[in-house]
Each structure stands twice: as C-alpha cells, then as structure tokens.
Ligand binder design. Structure first.
Ligand code: BV8
Ligand code: ZN
Length: 249
C-alpha cells in the first residue's frame, strides 16, 4: 500500500483529528509563504523584520502598507482544493480540530467552521492603544495598494492611537485561549496532519510535536523536508491542493 493510501486509511479510522496548517496551505492559492522571496518592492524587506512591534513603531506607514498589500492579495485569492478538502473532513471524522498559523481567511471561505488562529488575522485590525476592534472594511483603502506603498494607518476614534493589524508579531504572546485549545486538542487527538509548515516558529511549532509525544501518529504534507520530518510517521512529499483531496478519495 503506498504512503498516501496508508494515510487515507489512518484518516478513515481516526476519531479525533488535528489539522495543523502553515503558509504552504495557501501557497497554491497564490498567497506567498514566509519562505518565498517576497515579490516586488517587498523583496527588499525581511518579513520577519516587518512582522514586529518595533517595525510598526519605527515605520507604521510601511508596516501598515505591507499588511494592506497582503490583505489585498488574500482577498484576490480563492481557497484551493486543499482548503476545500480540510473543510470536507469536518463531515468525515467524528471530531476535527483545525489549528492554523495563517492569518488569511481561506479556511473559513472554504467552509471550515471554526479554525483556531494562533497568529491572528489580517481582517481583525484593532487599536494599538486601547485594543478596541476596528472595522476591517474601514481599514481597507478602496484602491488596493501597490507593492511597497506606504499607507498611514487609520486612527482610533476613541483614543486617537494608531490602528494596527490584528496579527501576533514576533516577540508578542499568542492568544492564551487559542494556544490552550490547540495544546488540548494536540494532546487528545488520535491522528494529526501537519500541512505546509516549516515547523520553526514557536510556540505554534510545538503542536505537531505534542501530538507525537502524546502517541498520535503524525502525517506531514509538504513538498520539501521540514523541521517536523523527524516527528512525523508519514512524510507525504507534495502540495496540499493535490494530496489532501487524494486522502479523502
Ligand atoms: C513568542 C503573524 C513569547 C504575523 C507570525 C526573540 C524574542 C521573542 C521571541 C523569540 C525570539 N527568538 C525566537 C523567538 C520565538 C519566536 C520564533 O519562533 N522565532 C523563530 C523565527 C525562531 N516566536 C515568537 O516571537 C512568538 N511569540 O514567542 O512570545 C515571547 C514574547 C516576548 C519575548 C520572548 C518570548 C510569536 C510568533 C508568531 C509570529 N507571527 N505570523 C504575520 O503573518 O505577519 S509567524 C508567521 O511565520 C506565520 O504565521 C507562520 O507561523 C510563520 C511562517 O511559518 P510557516 O507557516 O511554516 O511558513 P513558511 O513560509 O515558514 O513555510 C512554508 C512551508 O510550506 C514550507 O515548509 C514549504 O515547503 C511548504 N509549502 C510550500 N508550498 C506548499 C507547501 N506545503 C504544502 N503545499 C504546498 N503547495
Ligand atoms: Zn484606541
């Protein structure tokens, strides 16, 4: 039996499946991953440097422009067959917990009911000062920004501080409740799928490792080797949009 068939058989047997996704899940929707060289003007910047509170403090217009560009890229993208397969899994397994590192909304748009977003969302801006949520539609310029364009963030109507992206930056704590729910699911599951992640950003990268330590088999879908290979029972080499539908056949 080939590895994909073995994985499909394990999926059919499982009672509680954790699906853990990273940027590679959205790659075939045309959303650049963190490892990709960012296209256009952004290639001069290091994503890991831009995704920090310090970058926003030092140059809010650059960082806000970057997130507006990324949000526009996501809005122009469509869920790929991998996202659709993950959503379909909800009706195939008794319990499915979807945990994503991604800040896009492609899982939701594919029909997944309640993904756990460990790193927040491009579509949940909030005030950097008083943390009041800011309506995403008000944060959207009518003309989507060209790559590299600085855009001054809107100001909070209550405290006048800058509106920031609703994502977790490097050096910031993950939302406690989301992380606790993810840890609980990884500990309780009897099968974990890790899809499209390099497995190097912590504490999120602990999730598949916790599932493995709790005795659940872990299946990885990734065209490349990753830091998670050693923790996985099966490493399916290929893209999410091809392999995930194949697991459901
Ligand atoms: C924290 C939101 C506690 C923002 C993201 C110094 C100070 C503070 C912390 C640290 C520090 N040094 C290290 C740390 C910890 C740090 C960390 O882990 N750093 C790494 C780089 C070593 N973590 C943090 O800072 C976290 N907070 O620790 O708080 C604390 C607080 C204060 C002081 C001390 C400790 C917060 C981390 C969250 C950062 N925010 N996103 C935004 O999006 O702009 S992380 C961001 O990068 C993504 O969300 C994602 O998680 C990560 C990228 O990883 P991947 O998703 O894996 O994507 P990647 O591009 O890497 O890989 C894509 C994969 O897909 C590849 O393997 C590729 O082969 C594969 N692929 C490609 N095509 C396909 C495919 N797979 C399938 N199909 C395909 N078609
Ligand atoms: Zn405010």
């Amino acid at each position: 039996m080939d590895e994909t068939m073995r994985a499909a058989a394990m999926l059919r047997e499982a009672r509680h499946v954790v699906v853990f996704t990273g940027a590679g899940m959205s790659a075939e929707s045309g959303v650049p991953t963190f490892r990709d060289d960012l296209t256009g003007l952004w290639s001069r910047y290091d994503a890991q440097r831009l995704a920090t509170p310090e970058a926003f403090r030092d140059d809010p217009d650059l960082v806000w422009g970057w997130y507006r560009w990324r949000a526009a890229r996501v809005r122009a993208a469509r869920p790929n067959p991998g996202h659709v397969a993950v959503a379909a899994l909800e009706t195939r397994v008794p319990t499915l917990t979807l945990i994503t590192q991604n800040v896009d909304d492609l899982h939701e748009r594919a029909g997944s009911s309640c993904p756990i977003h460990l790193h927040g969302s491009l579509f949940a801006p909030r005030c950097a000062g008083c943390a009041r949520p800011f309506p995403a539609e008000l944060a959207t310029a009518d003309v989507e920004p060209a790559e590299g364009r600085r855009i001054a963030p809107p100001r909070c109507a209550i405290c006048a501080d800058a509106i920031r992206p609703g994502v977790v930056w490097f050096g910031e704590l993950l939302p406690e409740d989301a992380l606790a729910a993810a840890y609980d699911a990884a500990t309780a599951c009897d099968l974990a799928l890790t899809i499209g992640t390099s497995g190097v950003v912590y504490p999120a990268a602990e999730i598949p490792r916790i599932a493995a330590r709790s005795g659940a088999p872990v299946i990885q879908i990734n065209p490349e080797r990753s830091a998670l290979d050693a923790s996985c029972d099966l490493n399916l080499r290929g893209g999410a949009a091809t392999l995930l539908p194949a697991l459901l056949r």
